[in-house]
Write a protein that binds this ligand. Structure first.
Ligand SMILES: [Zn+2]
Ligand SMILES: [Zn+2]
Length: 327
Protein backbone atom coordinates (compact mmCIF):
# COMPACT_ATOMS: atom_id res chain seq x y z
CA UNK A 1 0.00 0.00 0.00
CA UNK A 2 0.97 3.62 -0.40
CA UNK A 3 0.13 6.50 1.91
CA UNK A 4 0.73 10.18 2.58
CA UNK A 5 2.42 10.00 5.97
CA UNK A 6 2.85 12.77 8.57
CA UNK A 7 6.21 11.98 10.20
CA UNK A 8 6.30 15.03 12.47
CA UNK A 9 4.00 18.01 13.06
CA UNK A 10 4.21 20.88 10.59
CA UNK A 11 6.29 18.89 8.09
CA UNK A 12 4.89 18.03 4.67
CA UNK A 13 3.19 14.66 4.33
CA UNK A 14 5.47 12.19 2.55
CA UNK A 15 4.38 9.74 -0.16
CA UNK A 16 5.47 6.43 1.34
CA UNK A 17 5.36 2.79 0.28
CA UNK A 18 4.32 0.57 3.20
CA UNK A 19 3.87 -3.18 3.64
CA UNK A 20 0.28 -4.31 3.06
CA UNK A 21 -1.57 -4.66 6.34
CA UNK A 22 -3.68 -7.63 7.36
CA UNK A 23 -6.89 -7.07 9.32
CA UNK A 24 -6.77 -8.47 12.86
CA UNK A 25 -9.72 -10.10 14.62
CA UNK A 26 -12.82 -7.93 14.28
CA UNK A 27 -11.17 -5.71 11.68
CA UNK A 28 -11.63 -5.09 7.97
CA UNK A 29 -9.22 -3.89 5.34
CA UNK A 30 -10.59 -1.52 2.73
CA UNK A 31 -9.28 -0.30 -0.55
CA UNK A 32 -9.74 3.47 -0.29
CA UNK A 33 -11.92 4.98 -3.04
CA UNK A 34 -12.01 8.55 -1.68
CA UNK A 35 -11.07 10.36 1.53
CA UNK A 36 -12.28 13.80 2.50
CA UNK A 37 -10.00 16.43 4.02
CA UNK A 38 -11.28 17.91 7.27
CA UNK A 39 -10.28 20.92 9.33
CA UNK A 40 -9.27 18.42 12.04
CA UNK A 41 -6.59 17.07 9.69
CA UNK A 42 -5.03 20.54 9.88
CA UNK A 43 -5.06 20.38 13.69
CA UNK A 44 -3.32 16.98 13.49
CA UNK A 45 -0.85 18.41 10.97
CA UNK A 46 -0.15 21.41 13.22
CA UNK A 47 0.33 19.20 16.31
CA UNK A 48 -2.53 20.96 18.11
CA UNK A 49 -4.14 17.78 19.43
CA UNK A 50 -2.57 15.87 22.33
CA UNK A 51 -1.13 12.35 22.01
CA UNK A 52 -1.29 11.59 18.28
CA UNK A 53 0.07 8.36 16.84
CA UNK A 54 3.33 9.25 15.14
CA UNK A 55 4.04 8.79 12.34
CA UNK A 56 0.39 8.95 11.35
CA UNK A 57 -1.62 8.57 8.16
CA UNK A 58 -4.29 11.30 8.50
CA UNK A 59 -7.80 11.19 7.05
CA UNK A 60 -11.10 10.22 8.65
CA UNK A 61 -13.71 10.66 5.92
CA UNK A 62 -13.03 7.39 4.17
CA UNK A 63 -15.13 5.72 1.51
CA UNK A 64 -13.71 2.34 0.61
CA UNK A 65 -14.45 -1.19 -0.46
CA UNK A 66 -13.69 -4.16 1.79
CA UNK A 67 -10.95 -6.36 0.35
CA UNK A 68 -10.09 -8.46 3.41
CA UNK A 69 -12.02 -9.56 6.50
CA UNK A 70 -10.44 -10.31 9.87
CA UNK A 71 -11.50 -13.26 12.01
CA UNK A 72 -14.99 -13.00 13.44
CA UNK A 73 -16.34 -10.30 11.11
CA UNK A 74 -19.79 -11.47 10.04
CA UNK A 75 -21.81 -8.25 9.63
CA UNK A 76 -19.88 -7.00 6.61
CA UNK A 77 -18.99 -8.70 3.34
CA UNK A 78 -16.04 -8.75 0.98
CA UNK A 79 -16.58 -6.19 -1.76
CA UNK A 80 -19.05 -4.13 0.30
CA UNK A 81 -18.71 -0.32 0.18
CA UNK A 82 -18.29 1.21 3.62
CA UNK A 83 -17.61 4.57 5.25
CA UNK A 84 -15.01 4.89 8.00
CA UNK A 85 -15.46 7.90 10.28
CA UNK A 86 -13.46 9.73 12.95
CA UNK A 87 -14.62 7.48 15.82
CA UNK A 88 -12.48 4.40 15.16
CA UNK A 89 -12.85 2.38 18.35
CA UNK A 90 -14.35 2.61 21.82
CA UNK A 91 -13.74 0.52 24.94
CA UNK A 92 -17.34 -0.58 25.40
CA UNK A 93 -17.02 -0.75 29.18
CA UNK A 94 -16.55 2.80 30.52
CA UNK A 95 -19.46 4.75 31.98
CA UNK A 96 -19.79 6.81 28.79
CA UNK A 97 -19.89 3.76 26.52
CA UNK A 98 -22.45 2.11 28.78
CA UNK A 99 -24.45 5.36 29.04
CA UNK A 100 -25.03 5.78 25.26
CA UNK A 101 -22.38 8.50 25.06
CA UNK A 102 -19.61 6.56 23.37
CA UNK A 103 -18.47 9.80 21.73
CA UNK A 104 -16.97 10.60 25.16
CA UNK A 105 -15.35 7.15 25.71
CA UNK A 106 -12.44 7.15 28.16
CA UNK A 107 -10.26 4.97 25.90
CA UNK A 108 -11.19 5.72 22.30
CA UNK A 109 -9.22 5.54 19.07
CA UNK A 110 -9.73 8.14 16.38
CA UNK A 111 -9.14 7.52 12.71
CA UNK A 112 -6.34 9.57 11.24
CA UNK A 113 -5.24 10.79 14.70
CA UNK A 114 -4.58 7.90 17.08
CA UNK A 115 -4.93 5.18 14.45
CA UNK A 116 -3.99 5.33 10.79
CA UNK A 117 -6.53 6.85 8.44
CA UNK A 118 -7.43 7.21 4.82
CA UNK A 119 -4.82 9.38 3.11
CA UNK A 120 -3.71 6.05 1.61
CA UNK A 121 -4.58 3.44 -0.96
CA UNK A 122 -5.78 1.10 1.80
CA UNK A 123 -6.61 1.14 5.49
CA UNK A 124 -7.55 -1.23 8.29
CA UNK A 125 -10.52 -0.40 10.52
CA UNK A 126 -12.54 -1.86 13.39
CA UNK A 127 -15.50 -3.46 11.60
CA UNK A 128 -17.97 -2.30 14.27
CA UNK A 129 -17.20 1.34 13.45
CA UNK A 130 -17.61 1.12 9.68
CA UNK A 131 -20.92 2.16 8.14
CA UNK A 132 -22.33 0.21 5.18
CA UNK A 133 -22.92 2.80 2.43
CA UNK A 134 -24.83 0.77 -0.16
CA UNK A 135 -24.28 1.51 -3.82
CA UNK A 136 -26.21 4.73 -4.40
CA UNK A 137 -24.28 7.99 -4.45
CA UNK A 138 -20.77 8.51 -5.77
CA UNK A 139 -17.69 7.87 -3.63
CA UNK A 140 -16.42 11.46 -3.76
CA UNK A 141 -19.69 13.12 -2.71
CA UNK A 142 -20.18 10.63 0.12
CA UNK A 143 -16.73 11.16 1.67
CA UNK A 144 -17.41 14.58 3.31
CA UNK A 145 -20.55 13.17 4.91
CA UNK A 146 -18.36 10.93 7.10
CA UNK A 147 -17.23 13.85 9.28
CA UNK A 148 -18.52 17.20 8.06
CA UNK A 149 -21.91 15.54 7.68
CA UNK A 150 -21.88 13.40 10.83
CA UNK A 151 -20.45 15.94 13.25
CA UNK A 152 -22.64 18.51 11.53
CA UNK A 153 -25.67 16.33 12.23
CA UNK A 154 -24.72 15.94 15.88
CA UNK A 155 -24.14 19.69 16.25
CA UNK A 156 -27.51 20.42 14.67
CA UNK A 157 -29.22 18.04 17.09
CA UNK A 158 -27.50 19.76 20.01
CA UNK A 159 -28.63 23.13 18.67
CA UNK A 160 -32.20 22.09 19.46
CA UNK A 161 -35.42 22.42 17.52
CA UNK A 162 -35.33 26.18 16.92
CA UNK A 163 -36.34 27.53 13.54
CA UNK A 164 -33.60 30.13 12.98
CA UNK A 165 -30.13 28.61 12.91
CA UNK A 166 -26.90 30.57 12.47
CA UNK A 167 -23.79 28.86 11.07
CA UNK A 168 -20.43 30.50 11.79
CA UNK A 169 -18.01 29.15 9.21
CA UNK A 170 -19.39 27.98 5.90
CA UNK A 171 -16.98 25.30 4.77
CA UNK A 172 -17.43 21.56 4.44
CA UNK A 173 -19.66 21.15 7.51
CA UNK A 174 -21.49 24.46 7.15
CA UNK A 175 -22.55 23.90 3.56
CA UNK A 176 -23.88 20.41 4.36
CA UNK A 177 -25.64 21.41 7.59
CA UNK A 178 -27.26 24.40 5.86
CA UNK A 179 -28.90 21.98 3.44
CA UNK A 180 -29.91 19.56 6.21
CA UNK A 181 -31.45 22.39 8.25
CA UNK A 182 -33.34 23.69 5.22
CA UNK A 183 -34.60 20.15 4.53
CA UNK A 184 -35.90 20.17 8.11
CA UNK A 185 -37.81 23.37 7.34
CA UNK A 186 -35.54 25.77 9.19
CA UNK A 187 -34.11 29.14 8.21
CA UNK A 188 -30.33 29.34 7.91
CA UNK A 189 -28.14 32.39 8.52
CA UNK A 190 -24.59 31.93 7.20
CA UNK A 191 -21.63 33.83 8.65
CA UNK A 192 -18.33 33.83 6.76
CA UNK A 193 -14.96 35.52 7.20
CA UNK A 194 -15.67 39.27 6.93
CA UNK A 195 -15.49 40.35 3.30
CA UNK A 196 -15.65 36.81 1.88
CA UNK A 197 -18.40 37.65 -0.57
CA UNK A 198 -17.58 34.58 -2.70
CA UNK A 199 -18.53 32.21 0.13
CA UNK A 200 -21.56 34.37 0.99
CA UNK A 201 -22.75 34.01 -2.62
CA UNK A 202 -22.11 30.27 -2.40
CA UNK A 203 -24.25 30.13 0.78
CA UNK A 204 -27.06 32.05 -0.96
CA UNK A 205 -26.89 29.63 -3.89
CA UNK A 206 -27.78 26.88 -1.39
CA UNK A 207 -30.87 28.77 -0.28
CA UNK A 208 -29.85 30.32 3.03
CA UNK A 209 -32.07 33.14 4.29
CA UNK A 210 -29.17 35.50 4.93
CA UNK A 211 -25.40 35.50 4.46
CA UNK A 212 -22.90 38.00 5.81
CA UNK A 213 -19.64 38.48 7.63
CA UNK A 214 -19.08 37.10 11.13
CA UNK A 215 -18.64 40.72 12.28
CA UNK A 216 -22.22 41.50 11.26
CA UNK A 217 -25.43 41.04 13.24
CA UNK A 218 -28.09 38.86 11.61
CA UNK A 219 -31.32 40.64 10.56
CA UNK A 220 -33.24 38.68 13.24
CA UNK A 221 -32.15 37.15 16.54
CA UNK A 222 -31.35 33.45 16.16
CA UNK A 223 -32.75 30.49 18.09
CA UNK A 224 -29.34 28.82 17.98
CA UNK A 225 -25.93 29.23 16.42
CA UNK A 226 -23.32 26.60 15.58
CA UNK A 227 -19.66 27.59 15.32
CA UNK A 228 -17.55 25.55 12.87
CA UNK A 229 -14.76 28.10 12.51
CA UNK A 230 -11.84 27.76 14.91
CA UNK A 231 -11.91 31.36 16.10
CA UNK A 232 -12.69 31.83 19.81
CA UNK A 233 -13.81 35.44 19.27
CA UNK A 234 -16.87 34.05 17.48
CA UNK A 235 -18.27 32.75 20.78
CA UNK A 236 -19.26 36.16 22.17
CA UNK A 237 -20.36 37.22 18.66
CA UNK A 238 -22.70 34.22 18.46
CA UNK A 239 -24.00 34.77 22.00
CA UNK A 240 -24.96 38.30 20.97
CA UNK A 241 -26.79 36.93 17.93
CA UNK A 242 -29.06 34.49 19.79
CA UNK A 243 -32.34 35.29 21.53
CA UNK A 244 -33.14 34.78 25.21
CA UNK A 245 -32.93 31.07 25.98
CA UNK A 246 -30.92 30.55 22.78
CA UNK A 247 -28.04 28.16 22.44
CA UNK A 248 -24.53 28.40 21.00
CA UNK A 249 -22.84 25.15 19.96
CA UNK A 250 -19.07 24.98 19.42
CA UNK A 251 -18.58 22.16 16.92
CA UNK A 252 -14.82 22.18 16.40
CA UNK A 253 -12.24 20.01 18.13
CA UNK A 254 -9.92 22.96 18.67
CA UNK A 255 -10.43 26.71 18.95
CA UNK A 256 -8.32 29.74 19.71
CA UNK A 257 -8.89 31.22 23.17
CA UNK A 258 -12.28 32.73 23.81
CA UNK A 259 -11.97 36.39 24.80
CA UNK A 260 -13.67 37.46 28.02
CA UNK A 261 -17.16 38.81 27.58
CA UNK A 262 -19.80 40.48 29.73
CA UNK A 263 -22.05 38.08 31.63
CA UNK A 264 -25.01 39.93 30.22
CA UNK A 265 -24.70 38.22 26.82
CA UNK A 266 -24.93 34.77 28.44
CA UNK A 267 -27.63 35.74 30.92
CA UNK A 268 -31.33 35.15 30.23
CA UNK A 269 -30.76 31.43 29.98
CA UNK A 270 -28.61 31.41 26.90
CA UNK A 271 -26.43 28.32 26.88
CA UNK A 272 -23.02 27.54 25.48
CA UNK A 273 -22.08 23.91 24.75
CA UNK A 274 -19.53 21.95 22.74
CA UNK A 275 -19.84 18.88 20.55
CA UNK A 276 -17.25 16.14 20.76
CA UNK A 277 -16.88 13.35 18.20
CA UNK A 278 -19.85 11.22 17.21
CA UNK A 279 -21.66 8.08 18.22
CA UNK A 280 -22.42 5.24 15.82
CA UNK A 281 -26.07 6.02 16.42
CA UNK A 282 -25.51 9.55 15.01
CA UNK A 283 -23.88 7.99 11.96
CA UNK A 284 -26.65 5.49 11.25
CA UNK A 285 -29.31 8.15 11.83
CA UNK A 286 -27.70 10.68 9.49
CA UNK A 287 -26.51 8.30 6.75
CA UNK A 288 -29.91 6.59 6.79
CA UNK A 289 -31.73 9.85 6.07
CA UNK A 290 -29.12 11.62 3.91
CA UNK A 291 -30.30 10.06 0.60
CA UNK A 292 -33.72 11.70 1.15
CA UNK A 293 -32.25 15.15 1.75
CA UNK A 294 -31.10 15.81 -1.82
CA UNK A 295 -27.75 17.13 -0.57
CA UNK A 296 -25.50 18.84 -3.09
CA UNK A 297 -22.04 18.27 -1.66
CA UNK A 298 -19.54 20.61 -3.27
CA UNK A 299 -16.19 18.92 -3.66
CA UNK A 300 -12.77 19.80 -5.01
CA UNK A 301 -10.77 16.76 -6.07
CA UNK A 302 -7.08 16.21 -5.47
CA UNK A 303 -5.00 13.16 -6.33
CA UNK A 304 -3.87 11.48 -3.10
CA UNK A 305 -0.28 12.54 -3.73
CA UNK A 306 -1.41 16.20 -3.66
CA UNK A 307 -2.62 15.94 -0.05
CA UNK A 308 -0.26 18.74 1.03
CA UNK A 309 -1.77 21.06 -1.55
CA UNK A 310 -5.29 20.14 -0.41
CA UNK A 311 -4.36 20.95 3.21
CA UNK A 312 -2.83 24.30 2.36
CA UNK A 313 -5.78 25.22 0.13
CA UNK A 314 -8.12 24.34 3.00
CA UNK A 315 -6.12 26.50 5.39
CA UNK A 316 -6.23 29.43 3.00
CA UNK A 317 -9.93 28.97 2.19
CA UNK A 318 -9.19 28.53 -1.52
CA UNK A 319 -12.25 26.42 -2.32
CA UNK A 320 -15.91 26.23 -1.33
CA UNK A 321 -17.24 23.03 0.20
CA UNK A 322 -14.90 20.09 0.83
CA UNK A 323 -11.63 18.78 -0.55
CA UNK A 324 -11.52 15.08 -1.36
CA UNK A 325 -8.44 12.97 -2.08
CA UNK A 326 -8.66 10.18 -4.61
CA UNK A 327 -5.94 7.49 -4.79
ZN1 LIG B 1 -15.56 3.66 26.59
ZN1 LIG C 1 -13.36 15.76 10.70
Amino acid sequence: MKAMVLNAPKTPLVWTELADREPGPGQIRVKVLACGVCRTDLHVFDGELPGPKSPIIPGHEIVGRIDALGAGVTELKLGERVGIPWLGHTCGVCSYCLGHRENLCDAPLFTGYTRDGGFATATVADARFAFPLGESGDDVSLAPLLCAGLIGWRSLKLAGEGKRIGLYGFGAAGHIVAQVAKWQGREVFAFTRPGDTGTQDFARSLGVTWAGGSDEAPPKLLDAAIIYATVGALVPAALRAVRKGGRVVCAGIHMSDIPSFPYQILWEERSLVSVANLTREDGLEFLGQAPKMGLKVKTTLYPLQKANEALSDLRAGRFDGAAVLVP
